[in-house]
Design a protein around this ligand. Structure first.
Ligand SMILES: Cc1cc2nc3c(=O)[nH]c(=O)nc-3n(C[C@H](O)[C@H](O)[C@H](O)COP(=O)(O)O)c2cc1C
Length: 259
């Protein structure tokens, strides 16, 4: 099946080097309009989008998001905030607290389930913006490290208690297209199931990263200091300082949500 939009989505890759070309106001508006048309739980729009236009803040983020200098050079940086604060404030503004109490009920505060729902909303809006950008020829890269340093980031953006900075996205026209090509994914059999979840045995799992390994080392055998690609990944992506900071940071945010 041939379809131009599908082809663009299939050719997508993260873009971390940006050309001088500005993202015009009109294009920016299209990105935000598309994000706001994304599906949203109960049509509640449990997210906020903060455009980071101040270069000083971009420079700071390039440090606080695990030292990634390209953030400072991105023409458009958008913070997606999982946001239950606005709805909670709205309920109070409408007197829902007094209404609940008059009926003998405790006025409920946002809890973990509400946070997860808001995270869904924020990420769906973010990915809709990323797809819209892709269709306009604008590249994007997520920055998951925004979930670290909760105290610093919530102070930087004056985030109230019932919010969480769930993702940051850098946008810009790509400096050179193509670059090193697309990063391969796992074989579909590892991620696509029917009717029930499938767990894999050790023999099958040793092939999980075959494609990635072949791509990284041009199909040649590679000696890892850690012994194999699994131990290498464990060290780099799982037992790294940034992952521990991310968990600490999320815990601090949850503590605030839960008072
Ligand atoms: C939740 C999430 C967090 C990410 N965080 C970062 C990041 O902090 N820095 C970065 O350079 N890329 C980040 N990425 C981009 C991934 O590294 C990238 O999507 C992945 O390597 C696959 O490459 P591709 O997008 O080019 O296909 C993130 C992507 C996602 C979905």
């Amino acid at each position: 099946m041939k379809n131009e939009t599908v082809e663009i989505l299939m050719n997508r890759r993260s873009v971390r080097t940006y050309s001088e070309r500005k993202i015009e106001e009109q294009e920016k508006q299209v990105l935000f309009d598309c994000a706001m048309r994304a599906p949203t739980a109960g049509n509640m729009m449990l997210y906020s989008m903060i455009e980071v236009s101040d270069q000083k803040i971009k420079d700071q983020l390039a440090v606080t998001c695990d030292n990634q200098p390209f953030i400072a050079k991105a023409p458009l940086v958008v913070l997606f905030v999982a946001d239950y604060q606005r709805m909670f404030d709205f309920y109070k503004a409408c007197g829902a607290d007094a209404w609940a109490e008059s009926g003998g009920k405790t006025f409920r505060r946002p809890q973990e389930g509400d946070l997860f729902l808001a995270i869904n909303d924020a990420l769906i809006a973010a990915q809709t913006m990323v797809n819209a950008a892709e269709l306009l020829g604008i590249g994007a890269c997520y920055i998951g490290d925004i979930m670290e340093n909760y105290e610093t980031h919530s102070a930087m953006f004056r985030l109230p208690e019932y919010t969480f900075p769930i993702t940051l996205v850098c946008f810009g026209y790509p400096k050179t297209d193509g670059l090193s090509g697309q990063v391969p994914r796992y074989e579909e059999k590892f991620v696509r199931f029917e009717n029930s979840y499938k767990r894999f045995d050790a023999a099958e799992l040793t092939h999980l990263m075959d494609r990635l390994e072949a791509w990284q080392h041009n199909g040649k055998p590679h000696e890892y200091d850690e012994g194999n690609i699994g131990c290498y990944q464990y060290r780099r992506k799982f037992d790294a300082d940034f992952t521990k900071e991310m968990s600490r940071s999320v815990r601090a945010a949850l503590k605030k949500w839960n008072n």
